[in-house]
Ligand binder design. Sequence first.
Ligand code: HEC
Ligand code: HEC
Ligand code: HEC
Ligand code: HEC
Length: 234
Amino acid sequence: MSGGTRRKLRTLAAAILALTLGGVASQTRGQQESVIGTLHNLSVSGPGEIRALSETEVCKFCHVPHNAEGATPLWGRPLSTAQYETPELRVGTGGPVPAPQPDGSSRLCLSCHDGTIALGDVSGAAGRVPMTGPARLGAGRRGFLGTDLSGSHPISFVVPDGDLGLETDGGDMALLPLAVVTADPDVRLDAEGKMQCTTCHDAHSDGYYRPGQVPRFWVKPSYEEVCLACHALR
Ligand code: HEC
Ligand code: HEC
Ligand code: HEC
Ligand code: HEC
């Protein structure tokens, strides 16, 4: 990598941090953990304020139990019927249009995080799992997103192959070629080539979290590495 490129990447990282976090992230690698040690362990053994009174199964809050290993995960929750406010999208459009409604695994995330469905509401004969804490995520909780996603990064759209020439306050932001984007093993698009919540977050692992520097359930050791998998400053 040339010195010039490195300088540009540093400038981009700074611009991106100013956009959302306003902190400086170092490159220290976080410790990998399984879902059991994370806020996504909603069973009785979970570390968070929100967990089951007696249910011991960790996976059932998101997956149907006894799903064959390696198969496409079967969601174990009712999905929300909410209509979401979505941010503007310019991909493949003549002008900005609202991004599509969330689809794919993003709908699983939103079945807890939009606050419309009770956390213990897992599908199946067992019905609702009795929980401690609030029945659903709501205003005042860190995890509450609601149904207005217009201030967030667009999701559930097909990432294009080609530069969009995005202009932001932080600088002119380029989009890397799709082959570069898809070569990154951590920052993943779904089977249809769409960006989803899981492009930036890993629901199973929170090992990289550092307060004020690296968001929770992050797919990379540092904040800006995720953005730089797709964006560059020029
Ligand atoms: C908080 C929700 C949540 C919990 C709890 C959870 N998962 Fe997942 N799991 C997901 C999501 C979301 C995906 C889809 C990932 C994707 O599309 O990239 C997934 C995908 C998977 C897959 C498919 C391979 C992969 O990683 O994409 C397997 C296997 C899996 N989960 C196993 C488990 C097991 C075993 C547990 C319990 C220890 C568990 N999950 C707990 C949300 C969860
Ligand atoms: C079964 C319900 C459930 C599902 C499904 C789920 N989450 Fe969560 N998640 C939670 C709960 C509960 C918390 C803790 C929230 C709190 O205490 O306010 C949490 C916390 C988080 C946090 C940390 C919030 C903070 O404290 O800063 C992130 C990020 C997150 N989830 C992302 C995701 C993503 C991305 C998905 C989908 C891939 C997902 N979650 C799916 C229940 C869920
Ligand atoms: C482009 C990357 C990216 C995508 C895609 C993304 N997030 Fe995040 N998410 C972040 C960042 C960055 C933060 C930390 C924001 C902060 O601290 O100000 C965050 C924070 C969160 C939080 C903590 C609450 C908050 O607002 O700080 C939750 C919960 C969450 N994300 C869930 C989701 C869900 C659910 C989706 C899909 C609907 C999603 N994220 C998609 C980057 C992303
Ligand atoms: C998987 C690739 C990918 C990742 C990872 C990604 N982005 Fe993006 N981002 C895009 C694409 C594609 C667009 C253009 C969407 C559109 O059509 O408007 C975009 C748009 C944006 C925009 C809007 C620019 C504008 O003026 O319209 C901002 C700001 C942005 N991204 C910041 C970030 C930040 C910050 C991160 C890291 C937390 C990040 N992105 C991670 C692909 C990505």
